[in-house]
Design a binder for this molecule. Structure first.
Ligand code: 5GP
Length: 194
């Protein structure tokens, strides 16, 4: 087991409805030393890629992206969840269905901060159905920039997002991939990674 899998096993809580709660170290209280290890691991996995920008989505992706960014010497841009009244032509816009809240958010990125020269690493905390990633990919494409890679902390491999994104040809690196979990027993099965 790698460092993140071990931490999930120790402190993650499996909830009904295929939700893993990791709010004691990942997305409410944040363990920055753990994030630092994650940043190093992303750097290792994306070695040789020319990356000049990191894109994430508010709120839980931001902390992970910021710590990882120190290893890529790149700025972080986060897609904001917007009210449609705020929208104008200076924004890239995508619609994202929220897995956890079951609603649809419009997410926006200012055109000032993403353009066709950008080589983007997308980072997020979870990958479930892939809606958040699809929205971010759409924004990168709209900007004419390129997606150099996608780094995820926790992929729920039994949900379709990972398969879908890899089938599109992207280099998707998830630090922990969960192939199954059980709310009753609390067991979590991780996919073996090379
Ligand atoms: P997707 O768009 O891939 O369906 O879901 C990704 C987003 O949903 C993530 O950004 C994350 O905020 C949230 N999410 C999905 N599954 C879980 C989960 O099991 N636990 C937590 N804490 N968040 C999740």
């Amino acid at each position: 087991m790698n460092f993140l899998e071990e931490r999930i096993k120790k402190d993650g809580i499996v909830k009904e409805g295929n939700i893993l709660k990791v709010d004691s170290f990942l997305n409410h209280q944040m363990d920055i030393e753990l994030f630092n290890e994650m940043g190093k691991e992303f750097q290792r996995r994306f070695e040789g890629k020319e990356i000049n920008k990191i894109l994430t989505i508010e709120a839980s992706g931001i902390g992970i992206a910021c710590i990882a960014a120190q290893y890529f010497h790149a700025p972080v841009v986060f897609a904001k969840k917007a009210k449609s009244i705020n929208l104008d032509g200076d924004m890239y816009v995508a619609e994202v269905v929220s897995f956890t809240h079951k609603n649809v958010n419009q997410v926006i990125v200012s055109k000032k901060f993403l353009n066709k020269e950008d080589k983007v690493l997308i980072i997020d905390d979870f990958l479930a159905n892939g809606c958040a990633l699809q929205g971010l990919i759409q924004i990168v494409q709209e900007a004419g920039a390129s997606v150099e890679g996608i780094g995820i902390a926790v992929e729920k491999g039994f949900q379709p997002g990972g398969h879908m994104i890899r089938n599109l040809g992207y280099q998707l690196e998830s630090l922990a991939i969960i192939d199954g979990m059980d709310a009753e027993t609390g067991t979590i099965n991780f996919r073996k990674q090379g």
